[in-house]
Write a protein that binds this ligand. Structure first.
Ligand SMILES: Cc1cc2nc3c(=O)[nH]c(=O)nc-3n(C[C@H](O)[C@H](O)[C@H](O)COP(=O)(O)O)c2cc1C
Length: 220
């Protein structure tokens, strides 16, 4: 089957793109409103796009009635947000935060999660999440009813057990995020495998003279 996106109705584009571009990681995003009320919502139009500078991107659309989601309003006003990754331990709570509650509802509390202070931002961190990235807004791009937020990570928390003793490498048997597939289907990263580039082909890179990647320096 072939689909011409110039002809395809919006809902069919959504269905196709979201069904085939996946699994998509889930950002559980916390923000704070002008009255100090915490907000949390999951976003799967999300990923990391750079480490230098360290950039995360969120894609958000208006509610069916055309109003901005609280996450977008809070990010525009405060210029900051915190992204948490989601594992099985908080999957059910994450889904609850995805309900369109009125703005004065603290979804963190409603879902039974715990807010703790962030290091650099006013928006809170969710204690039960395996990791959290504090972000300041770098750019906001508006495409009609869609808003794309580019955030720069200024601080990151990782639960100790998710990393090895030196804090360098993730422990795949401990850190197993969930991701969104189509509709209400999700997947958990509990069946990981190692796939290395064939060493007998690496001389092509050397011959091309593209340079050897610099090792990433991790403190500690
Ligand atoms: C797993 C999951 C992923 C979602 N991803 C997005 C997304 O990428 N963009 C978006 O606008 N809404 C997304 N939603 C819907 C929002 O989370 C939902 O509209 C939420 O109520 C917004 O809350 P807020 O008004 O507090 O920001 C997603 C929902 C779920 C359950």
């Amino acid at each position: 089957m072939d689909f011409d996106f110039a002809e395809l109705p919006e809902k069919d584009r959504y269905r196709l793109l979201c069904s085939f571009v996946g699994p998509r990681p889930i950002a559980l995003v916390t923000t704070i409103d002008e009255h100090g009320c915490n907000n949390a919502a999951p976003m799967s139009f999300f990923n990391v796009f750079s480490h230098e500078p360290p950039l995360l991107i969120l894609g958000m659309q208006t509610r069916p009635n055309g109003t901005a989601k609280d996450t977008v309003s809070n990010i525009r006003r405060s210029g900051e947000f915190v992204v948490h990754m989601v594992d099985m331990a908080i999957a059910k709570e994450m889904i609850v935060t995805g309900i369109n509650f009125p703005s004065d509802v603290d979804e963190i509390e409603f879902a039974g999660l715990t807010s703790v202070p962030s290091v650099k931002l006013a928006a809170p961190r969710i204690e039960e999440a395996p990791c959290a990235m504090e972000c300041r807004v770098s750019q906001i791009l508006d495409y009609g009813r869609r808003t794309i937020v580019i955030g720069e990570v200024v601080q990151m928390y990782v639960r100790d057990e998710c990393l090895d003793e030196r804090g360098h490498y993730v422990r795949p048997e401990v850190y197993q995020p969930i991701a969104r597939l189509h509709a209400d289907n999700y997947i958990v990263a509990d069946n990981q495998f190692v796939l290395k580039r064939p060493v007998e082909l690496l001389h092509h890179e050397e011959a091309a003279g593209y340079g050897v990647p610099k090792p990433v320096k991790v403190p500690g």
